[in-house]
Design a protein around this ligand. Sequence first.
Ligand code: GLC
Length: 736
Amino acid sequence: MKIKGLFLLMSAMFVGTMTMAQSADIDQRVEELLQKMTVEEKIGQMHQVSGGYQFYNDIVGGNIGSILNVVDPIEINAVQRAAVEESRLGIPLLVSRDVIHGFRTIFPIPLGMAATFNPDIVERGARVAAIEATASGIRWTFSPMLDIARDPRWGRVAEGSGEDTYLDVQMGVAMVKGYQGGDYTDPTSMAACIKHFVGYGAAEGGRDYNTTMLSERALRNIYFPPFKACVDAGALTLMTSFNDVDGIPSTGNSWLLDDILRQEWGFDGMVVTDWNSSGEMIAHGYAEDLKHATELSIRAGVDMDMMSFGFIQHTKALLDEGKITMEQLDNAVRNILKLKFRLGLFDNPYVDEGLAARVAYAKEHLDAAKQCAAESIILLQNNGILPLKDAKRLLVTGPMAHAPYEQLGTWAFDGQEEHTVTPLMALREAYDVVYEPILTYSRDNDMSNIKAAKRAAKGVDAIVVCVGEEAILSGEAHSLSNLNLQGAQSALIAEMRATGKPVVVVVIAGRPLTIERDLASCDAMLYAFHPGTMGGEAIADIIKGSTVPSGKLPMTFIRDAGQAPFYYNHPVTGRPNNGTETLLDAIPIKAGQTSLGCTSYYLDSGYGPLLPFGYGLSYTTFAYSNIKLDKSEYTEGERIIVEYDLTNTGDYDATEVAQLYVRDLVGSVVRPVKELKGFERVTLKAGETRHCRFELSVADLAYWNRDMEYVVEPGSFELWVAGDSASGEALSFSVR
Ligand code: GLC
């Protein structure tokens, strides 16, 4: 063991040394190149455009540093050749794309990947995406999106890892590692871009691009940690967000981009704006005009301008007028050139134009996508009818049963629907299927064919109703104020329920929808956040029982959109819910006004969510027992050991995501009722008991307190080990 440890240490040092040597070499090459560059050529590096051939002359003129949205390797090589062989200094382009959850092989949307609670498969998915995208010549992706999202009305919840900071950290780091790999000069290494810095998911009302009112403490305790963790994991780039944070648009916010990102965190990567987010500071009322927006962006610490055209148009004048300095300009260009050297683009700028076709949809890619999809699917309800082991003949209905394009979800530009396996296709492989879609798309209200489905229902053993959202109903700019199933989908479920046959509902959507009434109209419900290319096979395997569901909710499911924002790790308030609510229909006529003893709830929808963060059923059941701490009192620097027994008390071999939550009972500021501090996937045979443990350090309980110090405050704590955020018995301990 010692020899192995020594070997690992030496190899780490060797890699470290190599990295330091490489870093020194790159810094030297950057400086040498910078000295040769004219001001115009420096400014050209800061200019990113969407397109390729149409900017050929600008590229030859050294006026463009990066392109996005070109995926044809032939075009990419052509414009790269223009940069490398025809421009004066031969500086290669950074070729970028939104590769958000796969390139050709599409994985579940990131919210679905988060539902796996499996960083390994998420890292694998990012690696597959990088292999497929770099084969086209794309070496920079605008992913992972790290925006914490507590409001399902916001369409971009689809692109993130949900409401919890700890889960977001694990998933973000996994993606950064998967995209970038170990050696950035490897042609399959794709620079990650952590986005959108910062607080974009806190848009008021869940309305995209809306203002956010976030305190520094909220930023430091909730929104910063995923970005900091990904910076520490080596993320090579970062993207600013559209929104203002407490009145200052992120793209012009030097406290964010310099004080925090560079000075405090030591980020040495490259900062790019979001699409025209520099120019949008005019609309924000924060910049007079595009020239002023450019000045604010560069002075705040932005290196590259995505599509405002402000940098290319106004930077020279700003420099001549002394509104920005040559040092600021050089620092931005250094960050850009450093990235290009790190990726090995100067030594290896071109791609094998036949490679993309050879690697796309490779079997091992599809297998990984299927595993990820299977682990992302959450069993919300099952009265025992699933798995459909005895059924022979099924009626499959609903607009999402065979929607190969919609199933890929948002930001799946390069996925090809002809490769999608839909639930209908996969169920036909396992059952005798009658297919009556009835509704042709998720917003369809035309139930005129319902009789055909009811007729077909007579001759089947069970009904599978596939509903949800078309891909376009979530994602950027697509917020909803009503989260019920669109169109006549709920009516379709009710009609199928009325046939008296067992009904399995499969929801394929980009966000948590308000599905309480639909749950009441079915025997079982599976929830798949747009599960990608192999989603249909994953769903069918779960329905037939060859896969046992293990997904867990990465976001709270609410009863009504009016409850949003709702999240499990909320502060207690002075009137915590205690189950004494008087709901609307229980209030007598001419009731006397009273508020004493009342708690924080809604007269119409009560208090609690429909389903809690971390929730997800299995075909088996699990029992947690003998949960104990190694001590009852801890001091700084110590480790906290939590041991527990987990038993698979049912009839199926299955995987449970055991979750560890902690609560700080009293703080110098109010604290959340609980926070996720660990999780692990435990696979057990039917009847098996495993002795398991979580280990965390007292330092993991630190937070930014009233005095804005990052400390562990002594006092009493509670801890849970359970299968979701609403279960389990609290154990008490204290920190001295
Ligand atoms: C979009 C998105 C951002 C994306 C960029 C490039 O507006 O906000 O996430 O990476 O533009 O497509």
